[in-house]
Design a protein around this ligand. Structure first.
Ligand code: ATP
Ligand code: MG
Length: 243
Protein backbone atom coordinates (compact mmCIF):
# COMPACT_ATOMS: atom_id res chain seq x y z
CA UNK A 1 0.00 0.00 0.00
CA UNK A 2 1.26 3.46 -0.81
CA UNK A 3 1.38 6.08 1.85
CA UNK A 4 1.50 9.85 1.40
CA UNK A 5 4.49 11.29 3.25
CA UNK A 6 4.09 14.96 2.43
CA UNK A 7 1.17 16.81 0.95
CA UNK A 8 0.18 20.37 0.14
CA UNK A 9 -3.52 21.20 0.00
CA UNK A 10 -4.53 24.13 -2.12
CA UNK A 11 -1.71 26.34 -0.92
CA UNK A 12 -1.59 30.00 -1.69
CA UNK A 13 1.78 31.61 -1.06
CA UNK A 14 4.03 34.36 -2.30
CA UNK A 15 6.45 37.09 -1.50
CA UNK A 16 3.96 39.97 -1.28
CA UNK A 17 0.58 39.34 0.39
CA UNK A 18 -1.63 40.75 -2.35
CA UNK A 19 0.32 39.05 -5.16
CA UNK A 20 0.34 35.29 -4.58
CA UNK A 21 2.73 33.27 -6.70
CA UNK A 22 1.10 29.96 -5.81
CA UNK A 23 -2.63 30.27 -6.37
CA UNK A 24 -3.81 27.00 -4.87
CA UNK A 25 -1.30 24.19 -5.42
CA UNK A 26 -1.93 20.63 -4.28
CA UNK A 27 0.75 17.96 -4.49
CA UNK A 28 1.11 14.65 -2.69
CA UNK A 29 4.46 12.87 -2.35
CA UNK A 30 4.27 9.13 -1.75
CA UNK A 31 6.63 7.74 0.88
CA UNK A 32 9.97 6.44 -0.43
CA UNK A 33 9.17 7.62 -3.97
CA UNK A 34 10.44 10.42 -6.16
CA UNK A 35 7.89 13.10 -6.96
CA UNK A 36 9.15 15.49 -9.58
CA UNK A 37 7.85 19.02 -10.14
CA UNK A 38 8.33 20.52 -13.58
CA UNK A 39 7.01 23.57 -15.38
CA UNK A 40 8.17 26.66 -17.21
CA UNK A 41 10.45 29.31 -15.69
CA UNK A 42 8.56 31.38 -13.17
CA UNK A 43 5.81 28.74 -12.74
CA UNK A 44 6.37 28.71 -8.97
CA UNK A 45 8.37 25.49 -8.54
CA UNK A 46 11.01 26.96 -6.23
CA UNK A 47 8.32 28.94 -4.42
CA UNK A 48 6.43 25.69 -3.75
CA UNK A 49 9.54 24.06 -2.24
CA UNK A 50 10.26 27.19 -0.17
CA UNK A 51 6.64 27.36 1.02
CA UNK A 52 6.85 23.75 2.24
CA UNK A 53 10.17 24.53 3.96
CA UNK A 54 8.77 27.58 5.77
CA UNK A 55 10.80 30.10 3.76
CA UNK A 56 7.81 31.64 1.98
CA UNK A 57 4.62 32.30 3.91
CA UNK A 58 1.56 30.19 3.13
CA UNK A 59 -1.53 32.42 3.39
CA UNK A 60 -4.12 29.74 2.75
CA UNK A 61 -4.18 25.95 2.47
CA UNK A 62 -2.07 23.45 4.43
CA UNK A 63 1.11 21.41 4.32
CA UNK A 64 0.82 17.98 5.92
CA UNK A 65 3.72 15.72 6.88
CA UNK A 66 2.65 12.17 7.67
CA UNK A 67 -0.84 13.51 8.30
CA UNK A 68 0.36 16.24 10.67
CA UNK A 69 -0.20 19.89 9.82
CA UNK A 70 3.19 21.62 9.51
CA UNK A 71 2.02 24.68 7.57
CA UNK A 72 4.40 27.65 8.00
CA UNK A 73 7.02 25.85 10.09
CA UNK A 74 9.95 27.77 11.47
CA UNK A 75 12.65 26.95 8.89
CA UNK A 76 15.05 25.87 11.66
CA UNK A 77 12.49 23.31 12.86
CA UNK A 78 12.36 21.47 9.57
CA UNK A 79 15.32 19.30 10.56
CA UNK A 80 13.46 18.21 13.68
CA UNK A 81 10.44 17.36 11.50
CA UNK A 82 12.71 15.13 9.42
CA UNK A 83 12.57 17.35 6.33
CA UNK A 84 15.74 18.57 4.60
CA UNK A 85 15.91 21.24 1.91
CA UNK A 86 18.59 21.48 -0.77
CA UNK A 87 18.35 24.96 -2.31
CA UNK A 88 18.90 25.59 -6.00
CA UNK A 89 22.13 27.52 -5.39
CA UNK A 90 24.39 28.58 -2.53
CA UNK A 91 23.79 25.25 -0.88
CA UNK A 92 27.31 24.69 0.50
CA UNK A 93 29.89 26.84 2.31
CA UNK A 94 32.65 27.20 -0.25
CA UNK A 95 35.28 28.62 2.09
CA UNK A 96 34.95 25.68 4.51
CA UNK A 97 36.39 22.23 3.91
CA UNK A 98 34.11 19.36 3.01
CA UNK A 99 34.51 17.96 6.49
CA UNK A 100 33.71 21.32 8.11
CA UNK A 101 30.57 21.65 5.96
CA UNK A 102 29.32 18.30 7.22
CA UNK A 103 30.41 18.94 10.81
CA UNK A 104 28.43 22.14 10.80
CA UNK A 105 25.26 20.19 10.05
CA UNK A 106 26.15 17.61 12.68
CA UNK A 107 26.97 20.13 15.42
CA UNK A 108 23.99 19.03 17.50
CA UNK A 109 24.35 15.31 16.80
CA UNK A 110 26.21 14.76 20.08
CA UNK A 111 27.64 11.29 20.57
CA UNK A 112 26.40 10.16 17.17
CA UNK A 113 28.42 12.76 15.33
CA UNK A 114 31.48 10.68 14.46
CA UNK A 115 29.42 7.69 13.34
CA UNK A 116 27.19 9.88 11.15
CA UNK A 117 30.22 11.51 9.56
CA UNK A 118 31.72 8.07 8.84
CA UNK A 119 28.43 6.89 7.32
CA UNK A 120 28.27 9.92 5.03
CA UNK A 121 31.86 9.47 3.89
CA UNK A 122 31.15 5.80 3.25
CA UNK A 123 28.23 6.78 1.05
CA UNK A 124 30.23 9.43 -0.85
CA UNK A 125 33.80 8.10 -1.26
CA UNK A 126 34.98 11.04 -3.43
CA UNK A 127 33.98 13.41 -0.63
CA UNK A 128 35.90 11.30 1.90
CA UNK A 129 39.02 11.48 -0.24
CA UNK A 130 38.79 15.26 -0.45
CA UNK A 131 37.42 15.91 3.04
CA UNK A 132 40.11 18.43 3.96
CA UNK A 133 39.82 20.45 0.77
CA UNK A 134 37.81 23.62 0.50
CA UNK A 135 34.32 22.89 -0.84
CA UNK A 136 34.72 25.74 -3.32
CA UNK A 137 37.47 23.74 -5.08
CA UNK A 138 35.14 20.84 -5.91
CA UNK A 139 33.71 20.23 -9.38
CA UNK A 140 30.07 21.17 -9.92
CA UNK A 141 28.95 17.57 -9.62
CA UNK A 142 30.91 16.99 -6.42
CA UNK A 143 29.51 20.19 -4.93
CA UNK A 144 26.00 18.84 -5.53
CA UNK A 145 26.98 15.54 -3.91
CA UNK A 146 28.18 17.55 -0.91
CA UNK A 147 24.86 19.42 -0.84
CA UNK A 148 23.02 16.08 -0.87
CA UNK A 149 25.33 14.71 1.85
CA UNK A 150 24.59 17.79 3.97
CA UNK A 151 20.88 17.22 3.50
CA UNK A 152 21.33 13.61 4.60
CA UNK A 153 23.36 14.51 7.68
CA UNK A 154 20.28 14.74 9.90
CA UNK A 155 18.73 11.50 8.67
CA UNK A 156 15.70 13.13 7.06
CA UNK A 157 12.66 11.18 5.98
CA UNK A 158 11.84 13.74 3.27
CA UNK A 159 14.25 15.72 1.10
CA UNK A 160 13.14 18.74 -0.92
CA UNK A 161 15.57 19.32 -3.80
CA UNK A 162 15.53 22.32 -6.08
CA UNK A 163 17.24 21.50 -9.38
CA UNK A 164 20.17 19.46 -8.07
CA UNK A 165 21.42 18.85 -11.61
CA UNK A 166 21.36 22.52 -12.73
CA UNK A 167 24.57 23.57 -14.42
CA UNK A 168 26.08 20.08 -14.38
CA UNK A 169 27.39 18.11 -17.33
CA UNK A 170 24.93 15.45 -18.53
CA UNK A 171 27.13 12.75 -16.95
CA UNK A 172 27.38 14.51 -13.58
CA UNK A 173 23.64 15.25 -13.68
CA UNK A 174 22.91 11.59 -14.28
CA UNK A 175 25.17 10.57 -11.37
CA UNK A 176 23.45 12.96 -8.99
CA UNK A 177 19.99 11.83 -10.06
CA UNK A 178 20.94 8.17 -9.78
CA UNK A 179 22.11 8.80 -6.25
CA UNK A 180 18.76 10.41 -5.52
CA UNK A 181 17.08 7.22 -6.71
CA UNK A 182 19.24 5.19 -4.31
CA UNK A 183 18.00 7.30 -1.40
CA UNK A 184 14.43 6.16 -2.02
CA UNK A 185 15.61 2.55 -1.73
CA UNK A 186 16.55 3.47 1.83
CA UNK A 187 13.07 4.81 2.49
CA UNK A 188 13.67 8.52 1.90
CA UNK A 189 10.87 10.47 0.21
CA UNK A 190 12.05 12.89 -2.46
CA UNK A 191 10.38 15.97 -3.89
CA UNK A 192 12.51 17.11 -6.77
CA UNK A 193 12.29 20.18 -8.97
CA UNK A 194 13.98 19.53 -12.30
CA UNK A 195 14.62 21.42 -15.53
CA UNK A 196 15.93 18.30 -17.16
CA UNK A 197 12.47 16.99 -17.87
CA UNK A 198 13.30 13.84 -19.79
CA UNK A 199 15.86 12.60 -17.26
CA UNK A 200 13.55 13.53 -14.41
CA UNK A 201 10.58 11.67 -15.86
CA UNK A 202 12.69 8.58 -16.43
CA UNK A 203 13.82 8.67 -12.83
CA UNK A 204 10.69 9.77 -11.00
CA UNK A 205 7.61 7.87 -9.90
CA UNK A 206 5.08 10.68 -10.12
CA UNK A 207 5.17 14.06 -11.78
CA UNK A 208 3.35 17.35 -11.28
CA UNK A 209 3.40 20.07 -13.89
CA UNK A 210 2.90 23.60 -12.58
CA UNK A 211 2.05 26.57 -14.74
CA UNK A 212 1.49 30.12 -13.52
CA UNK A 213 1.25 29.06 -9.89
CA UNK A 214 -1.34 26.36 -10.42
CA UNK A 215 -1.49 22.60 -10.98
CA UNK A 216 -1.59 22.00 -14.69
CA UNK A 217 -1.30 18.23 -14.98
CA UNK A 218 -0.02 15.29 -12.96
CA UNK A 219 0.34 11.57 -13.31
CA UNK A 220 2.73 8.65 -13.15
CA UNK A 221 6.05 9.83 -14.60
CA UNK A 222 6.10 7.00 -17.16
CA UNK A 223 2.69 8.10 -18.47
CA UNK A 224 3.76 11.71 -18.85
CA UNK A 225 6.93 10.61 -20.62
CA UNK A 226 4.81 9.07 -23.36
CA UNK A 227 2.12 11.79 -23.36
CA UNK A 228 2.20 13.55 -26.73
CA UNK A 229 1.19 16.93 -25.33
CA UNK A 230 3.85 16.80 -22.62
CA UNK A 231 6.31 15.63 -25.27
CA UNK A 232 5.45 18.57 -27.50
CA UNK A 233 5.84 21.16 -24.77
CA UNK A 234 8.63 19.83 -22.60
CA UNK A 235 10.54 17.16 -24.43
CA UNK A 236 11.27 18.62 -27.81
CA UNK A 237 8.24 17.31 -29.67
CA UNK A 238 8.88 14.79 -32.40
CA UNK A 239 12.30 13.73 -31.14
CA UNK A 240 10.61 11.96 -28.25
CA UNK A 241 8.10 10.19 -30.41
CA UNK A 242 11.04 8.75 -32.33
CA UNK A 243 12.89 7.36 -29.27
N1 ATP B 1 12.24 36.58 -3.72
C1 ATP B 1 11.24 36.90 -4.56
N2 ATP B 1 10.53 38.04 -4.43
C2 ATP B 1 9.53 38.35 -5.26
N3 ATP B 1 9.12 37.57 -6.28
C3 ATP B 1 9.77 36.42 -6.46
C4 ATP B 1 10.88 36.02 -5.63
N4 ATP B 1 11.33 34.82 -6.06
C5 ATP B 1 10.56 34.49 -7.12
N5 ATP B 1 9.63 35.45 -7.35
C6 ATP B 1 8.62 35.43 -8.43
O1 ATP B 1 7.78 34.30 -8.23
C7 ATP B 1 7.45 33.70 -9.48
C8 ATP B 1 7.79 32.22 -9.40
O2 ATP B 1 9.18 32.08 -9.19
P1 ATP B 1 9.86 30.70 -8.86
O3 ATP B 1 11.29 31.00 -8.54
O4 ATP B 1 9.07 29.96 -7.87
O5 ATP B 1 9.74 29.97 -10.28
P2 ATP B 1 10.37 28.62 -10.79
O6 ATP B 1 9.25 27.81 -11.34
O7 ATP B 1 11.23 28.01 -9.74
O8 ATP B 1 11.26 29.13 -12.02
P3 ATP B 1 12.71 28.66 -12.54
O9 ATP B 1 12.42 27.52 -13.48
O10 ATP B 1 13.20 29.87 -13.28
O11 ATP B 1 13.58 28.27 -11.38
C9 ATP B 1 8.20 34.46 -10.54
O12 ATP B 1 7.30 35.38 -11.13
C10 ATP B 1 9.27 35.19 -9.79
O13 ATP B 1 9.59 36.40 -10.40
MG1 MG C 1 13.28 27.66 -9.54
Amino acid sequence: MTEVALQTRDIVAGYVPELPVLKGVSVAAQAAKITVIIGPNGAGKSTLIKAIAGLVRVTSGQVHLMGKDITNPRPDQMGAHGVAYVPQSDNIFRSLTIRQNLELLLRNAGAERAARLDALFEQFPPLAQKQNQKAGALSGGQRQFLAVAMALALNPSVILMDEPSAGLSPKAAQEVLEHVRKLTERGVTIILVEQNVKQALRLADHCYILADGRNQLDGPAADLLSDPVVGQIYLGGKRVAAT
